[in-house]
Design a binder for this molecule. Structure first.
Ligand SMILES: [Zn+2]
Ligand SMILES: [Zn+2]
Length: 349
């Protein structure tokens, strides 16, 4: 597959798509019905459909009976951790193996021409992005994911969360299931913007940003506080009229859904002539430039707040202008403070 039909590669070997990233035509006024219908299949296929199916499979085969979950017990909690860990190992591992270990696609459609294993960095545990990322994924990532899952299932089992049945409320539940990815993006934008404030960035979110060139294992490589905030999207179902299966879907959109955004490739080749979009470019640019694209391209939150970067030269210029203005503001504040100090000194003399 010739990736230069879809984009260009610079001297460093970094590939970028030709056109700018487009927002989903969801929040446009007046609505563009034809564009909306053309976009709709991408909302489900393949990613969200995979996470919905995995949630149903969990409910059918993994989650213990309701009576068991009325009390927190080590047995079923450990079982859920083991299944989540195995699922992450297989799902994340499949992308890692295919794209980064066997390099079946070489660097076709790869945003960053380099592979993380070729670069050692002191920012990581054992100076290795992969070892660092894998340890953080299983030590705190899967643990906190499981913890949130256990709390929510326990709440359902004890009647602390509104549990509607599919037989009696099919339309309400279909509506809630439909907006799960939108809830995820809204929640992710809010917590993500919050942890980019200087104090929380320094102590919490910088861990995730150590991976400037993200790869599959970077997806859940976060500080434990970020894991808790990130998986906190499940807690919306404590107040929404929902169902445990939909809550699991919400968790899977967060847990497994972090993969497409960090896969590092714009398209994944399937067979000889099929391509699957990762929709990862917006978040790749976030890892590259830090202060753009706090959300993804479904809800235009970044556009509304002036932090959207669609990959175009115009967006690049807007970002540079924003940085320049901030630099000016900071310099002016510093000068004001220094002037104040100087007058204070003068007065005490
Ligand atoms: Zn990320
Ligand atoms: Zn960030």
């Amino acid at each position: 597959m010739d990736d230069l039909q879809f984009g260009k590669r610079n001297k460093r070997g970094d590939w970028a798509p030709d056109g700018p990233i487009a927002y989903a035509p969801l929040f446009q006024f007046p609505p563009r019905l034809r564009a909306l219908l053309a976009w709709l299949p991408h909302y489900f296929l393949p990613w969200n459909a995979i996470f919905a199916v995995s949630a149903v499979a969990y409910w059918a085969w993994i989650v213990p009976p309701v009576e068991t979950m009325q009390a927190i017990g080590l047995g079923w909690v450990a079982w859920l951790y083991a299944v989540n860990a195995l699922a992450v190992f297989l799902f994340y591992g499949a992308f890692e193996l295919h794209l980064y270990v066997l390099r079946r696609q070489e660097n076709r459609f790869k945003y960053n021409g380099k592979f993380p294993s070729e670069q050692r960095s002191k920012a990581f545990w054992f100076e290795s992005q992969n070892i660092d990322n894998i340890l953080r994924t299983f030590l705190s990532g899967v643990t906190i994911w499981t913890g949130v899952e256990v709390v929510m299932l326990w709440a359902y089992a004890n009647g602390y969360a509104p549990w509607l049945s599919f037989a009696e409320n099919p339309w309400v539940l279909a509506g809630i299931a439909l907006v799960v990815p939108i809830i995820h993006e809204f929640h992710f934008f809010c917590v993500h913007r919050l942890i980019h404030t200087p104090f929380l960035y320094k102590w919490v979110h910088s861990v995730h940003h150590n991976s400037v060139n993200p790869s599959p294992w970077s997806s859940l490589s976060m500080h434990p506080i970020e894991h808790l905030l990130y998986f906190g999207s499940a807690f919306y179902h404590l107040i929404l009229p929902s169902n445990p299966v939909i809550m699991l879907y919400q968790l899977h959109v967060a847990g497994f859904g972090a993969i497409p955004g960090h896969v590092g490739f714009d398209k994944i080749e399937v067979g000889a002539d099929r391509l699957v979009d990762s929709h990862a470019y917006a978040h790749y640019l976030h890892h590259k430039y830090f202060e753009v694209n706090y959300g993804d391209a479904t809800i235009p939150l970044d556009k509304w707040f002036g932090t959207w970067h669609d990959g175009s030269p115009e967006a690049e210029a807007r970002m540079q202008e924003r940085y320049r203005k901030r630099k000016e503001r900071l310099a002016a504040r510093k000068a004001r403070l220094e002037a104040k100090e100087a007058t204070a000194k003068g007065a005490t003399k």
